[in-house]
Write a protein of this length. Structure first.
Length: 311
């Protein structure tokens, strides 16, 4: 796919291409818009962004390829997508490492999390920072009220080893499916449930097809905000600082907004008639221990991140 890049000079970019996989209603898109507004304000409108939601230029792998080639300047990549190329990023998905979005946001500023961003340079990407979606829960067509409810159920899960191991450990059948196809799959019984954050549930109105929400709170779900190294290296040090400052304000704003959205999204779903259930956490945490042991024993960086967050 040919992509036009509008450059005035290496130090003065007129229009930046910025892609992400979520819909415009999602917090990540709002962070992108905030970032754009900050950059326009800092440059007197000379620099701006064209934001492409829902992976319109390609999925995560295509996005990373475009970033590496310089065909895309900026992107918000799910940490789980990045983890398929850079394994330590899987540390973010060890179940029950975090109790809420605020804890995960705080962890994003830790030395271990910042080192992950630095390491992305090996993949020709510059890690600017993080964006948080909501904690993960389960949305389903039929109620799921205990751990046995997951047995042999087809649960849409992100195509990532930790997600697959987690749902397999719970006896479910983790099923990879594009986000755009989830609602119809719930309607036609191709899926029994979805591992999902509440932003997506509300934004895509998934509750209309699956009116049962089980509050498992089992994982955080961060994204990594990255720049193309090829593009970044062509900027002056001054321009790099302007871009970074524009993002950092948007990053902090996004963390704060997402913490508030966790409350408002849940209330919206209750008001819409969604049935909300909870599961005894003892069995869930027992399964989580198996996943944690597997990944912390196989990767030192994952072990260091987990230790730093849980001690």
């Amino acid at each position: 796919m040919a992509i036009r890049i509008w450059l005035i000079s290496p130090g003065n970019v007129r229009l930046l291409y910025f892609e992400l996989v979520t819909p415009p209603s999602h917090i990540w898109h709002k962070v992108a818009e905030r970032f754009d507004a900050n950059l326009q304000a800092a440059t007197g409108g000379d620099d701006s962004m064209m934001i492409f939601p829902l992976g319109k230029l390609g999925g995560p792998d295509q996005m990373m390829d475009l970033l590496q080639s310089g065909g895309l300047q900026l992107a918000i990549l799910t940490a789980s997508s990045v983890a398929n190329r850079y394994e330590p990023m899987n540390a973010w998905f060890l179940p029950y490492t975090f109790n809420n979005v605020t804890e995960a946001a705080k962890a994003s500023q830790s030395p271990e999390a910042q080192q992950m961003l630095k390491d992305l340079e090996e993949h020709k990407m510059i890690g600017l920072g993080y964006a948080m979606a909501g904690m993960r829960h389960v949305l389903s067509a039929e109620p799921m009220t205990d751990i046995d409810s997951f047995e042999n159920k087809k649960i849409r899960a992100f195509p990532n080893p930790v997600f697959n191991d987690w749902w397999s450990e719970l006896g479910a059948a983790p099923t990879a499916l594009p986000l755009a196809d989830v609602s119809s799959a719930l309607t036609t019984n191709l899926l029994d449930g979805v591992d999902v954050d509440l932003d997506i549930v509300v934004g895509l109105k998934m509750y209309q097809q699956a009116p049962n929400l089980t509050l498992t709170n089992h994982m955080a779900f961060p994204a990594v905000v990255v720049a193309s190294e090829k593009w970044w290296s062509g900027l002056s040090a001054e321009k790099q600082q302007i871009v970074m400052e524009a993002f950092k304000e948007a990053e902090a704003w996004g963390f704060e907004q997402q913490a508030k959205a966790e409350v408002s999204n849940l209330q919206l779903l209750k008001d819409a008639g969604v049935t909300v259930n909870e599961i005894d956490p003892v069995e869930l945490r027992k399964a989580a221990g198996t996943i944690v042991d597997k990944y912390t024993s196989s990767n030192e960086a994952i072990a260091e991140f987990y230790k730093a967050q849980t001690e």
